[in-house]
Design a binder for this molecule. Structure first.
Ligand code: FEO
Length: 170
């Protein structure tokens, strides 16, 4: 079924938002490298790649149903981060905004009774639960170690190993 106009517009906004998330995480990856946390930087760069995959998933759905993908303006907000805790707190804040957008997407799909997008929307609802949980877990650990250098480096090593090129994100 052709995508109803209101839903198409909401899906296109989500494609743009996923690309914006990729841009933000790329910046955060650079900032982590600048702070000398190269493992966390690798983790965040992989997260940026994942956001581009998310954008592609929605774009593919639009295209498969004969719609046009229209990217909107992408802002690159100035970020002020001085520690890994700042970085991951900002990432969580951003994920929460994305989750709200996905819930809105679900509301619009229901409103226009678009059953064909249901699998896609449900996938994203689950993905957001997972993403918020993962970032919250990292924040908990960062709060636990505080300023302890050895603890921070252990987290850095673990996150780097998790997302090293040999073990790409699912
Ligand atoms: Fe695509 Fe991290 O939300």
């Amino acid at each position: 079924m052709k995508i109803p106009e209101k839903l198409l517009d909401t899906l296109n906004k989500q494609v743009t938002a996923e690309h914006q998330a990729a841009l933000i995480y790329t910046q955060l990856s650079y900032d982590l490298d600048h702070l000398s946390f190269t493992g966390m930087s690798t983790w965040m760069a992989a997260q940026a790649d994942e956001e581009r995959v998310h954008a592609g998933k929605i774009a593919d759905h639009i295209l498969a149903r004969g719609g046009r993908v229209q990217l909107g303006q992408i802002e690159n907000p100035a970020l002020n981060v001085n520690s890994p805790l700042d970085v991951f707190s900002l990432a969580l804040e951003h994920e929460r905004k994305v989750s709200e957008m996905i819930r809105n997407l679900a509301r619009v799909a229901d409103e226009v009774q678009d059953f064909d997008s249901r699998t896609l929307v449900n996938w994203f609802l689950n993905e957001q639960i997972e993403e918020e949980d993962t970032v919250s877990g990292i924040i908990d650990q960062l709060q636990l170690v505080g300023d302890d250098g050895a603890g921070l480096l252990r987290i850095d090593a673990r996150l780097g190993a998790e997302r090293s090129p040999a073990t790409p994100a699912p």
